[in-house]
Design a protein around this ligand. Structure first.
Ligand SMILES: *Cc1c(COP(=O)(O)O)cnc(C)c1O
Length: 423
């Protein structure tokens, strides 16, 4: 099969501006409200509450900053205020999603805590409730769970929440990738005590950067807002009773996000069409799309991903920084497909490499649904699938070009490129 390269790059997921953004940014500049106070911020926080149904929204400089403050709020609520120079989670274990972007879990380390990674399940690719239950059996003292909704697909949120409640643990929901997705009719970003969304450049709507903390706890929202502006007290000078951060969103960025919000539903519709076209286009290939549980959840379809059937995997090995594969008729692997996409000027991406396989977290515990720990293989393939779901999905899966500006014709060519890999 001969596929010509795309003249213009087909992106994984790039920003889509509509025009209103410029109007709000211009207004901010013309009225000189360019700092961390202004109408765009006020309106954006109002819009986010209205859309998600959450009681309070705090606009911050990034999703990572929002996660940091969420973790701090949880840490202080559970364990009290630490001495200056000490983290709120020092010496504490926290259960965390394993297959996710590292921004989900890094704030636990910022606060001196130890992340215990919980394996994923095959039905939504998110934290496995069974493995979480096992983890509470092994570490009954744990009081905090940090969970991500991967690629816009909600986790099994009822089960996760029930388990947390049964063990008296707080939940932080990282909805950075899932803004607009619903679980049993409820928007993600509502299931934790503290929840996070992101407006990073490749998310479903963007401010070029930015993030938000969502919580129904008014006092917690006020505290986060204060921490995010260096923890200034109401005094005539700079008076500080608590550690502060420079995490507040600027009114300029807020203008961009404010202009994007009305287009969120449109972006979701486009992303869903892309997902459905892929699913149809791959129907007779030995692959499946990133799955969700129909009837109980509606993803935002941020990224379309595929998982190659075990029998249709050619041989592939991954070291820490390089990958090799051996071509085989009728079979393929993520490395081959990603390579072909790159050659054709289209952008794919491997699945998030699980945290328990990351060198930075090599000493952290990892719990699977059979209750066992740590990765046993560095090859990430032909591993005992049930024993390490994250490594298995990482080995066989990849993210496809999912840009909402990709035309149907371009997508059909992407589908042809993938089909070509299996010939
Ligand atoms: C993007 C992302 C974040 C971090 O958001 P930033 O705004 O880039 O800091 C956190 N968690 C997940 C799962 C993400 O995809």
């Amino acid at each position: 099969m001969q596929t010509e390269a795309f003249e213009k790059k087909v992106w994984l997921s790039s920003p889509t501006m509509h025009g209103d953004e410029l109007r709000y940014v211009t207004e901010a500049i013309e009225t000189n409200w360019v700092s961390t106070v202004g109408e765009n911020l006020t309106e954006l926080e109002r819009l986010a509450c209205g859309y998600t149904g959450c009681g309070n929204a705090v606009a911050l400089s990034s999703g990572t900053a929002a996660l940091h403050l969420a973790v701090k709020l949880a840490g202080e609520r559970l364990y009290g205020q630490p001495r200056a120079g000490h983290g709120t989670l020092e010496g504490r274990r926290v259960f965390c999603s394993d297959m996710t972007f590292d921004a989900t879990v890094n704030p636990v380390a910022y606060e001196g805590g130890e992340a215990v990674f919980i394996d994923s399940e095959y039905e939504t690719w998110n934290m496995d409730p069974e493995a979480l239950e096992k983890a509470f059996g092994i570490y009954p003292e744990v009081k905090l769970v940090v969970l991500a909704n991967l690629y816009g697909t909600p986790a099994k949120l009822d089960q996760i929440r029930d388990i947390c409640n049964a063990h008296g643990a707080l939940l932080i929901e990282d909805a950075a990738e899932s803004l607009g997705a619903t679980y049993k009719g409820i928007q993600t970003g509502n299931f934790g005590a503290y929840n996070v969304i992101s407006f990073n450049g490749n998310k479903i709507i963007t401010g070029s950067s930015g993030g938000m903390l969502l919580t129904d706890d008014r006092e917690a929202a006020d505290k986060a807002r204060k921490w995010s502006t260096q923890s200034r007290e109401a005094a005539p000078w700079y008076q500080h009773e608590e550690l502060g951060y420079n995490y507040r969103m600027s009114n300029i960025i807020a203008g961009i996000v404010r202009g994007q919000f009305p287009y969120l539903d449109e972006h979701i519709r486009q992303k869903k069409e892309i997902y459905m076209r892929y699913r149809e286009g791959f129907r007779d290939l030995p692959v499946q799309m990133n799955p969700y549980i129909e009837g109980s959840m509606e993803p935002n379809f941020w990224l379309s991903c595929l998982l190659i059937d075990r029998e249709a995997m050619c041989r592939q090995v991954r070291g820490e920084k390089e990958a090799l594969y051996i071509e085989e008729k009728g079979k393929s692997c993520p490395t081959q497909i990603l390579e072909k996409l790159t050659w054709c000027n289209a952008e794919g991406r491997p699945i998030w490499k699980p945290m328990h396989l990351q060198p930075v977290y090599r000493m952290n515990p990892f719990v699977t649904k059979d209750g066992s720990g740590r990765a046993r293989s560095n090859a990430y393939i032909n591993t005992d699938a049930a024993a390490d779901v994250g490594a298995d999905i990482f080995g066989r899966g990849l993210c496809l070009p999912s840009d909402n500006k990709m035309t149907e014709e371009q997508q059909n060519r992407v589908i042809d490129i993938v089909r070509g890999c299996f010939q």
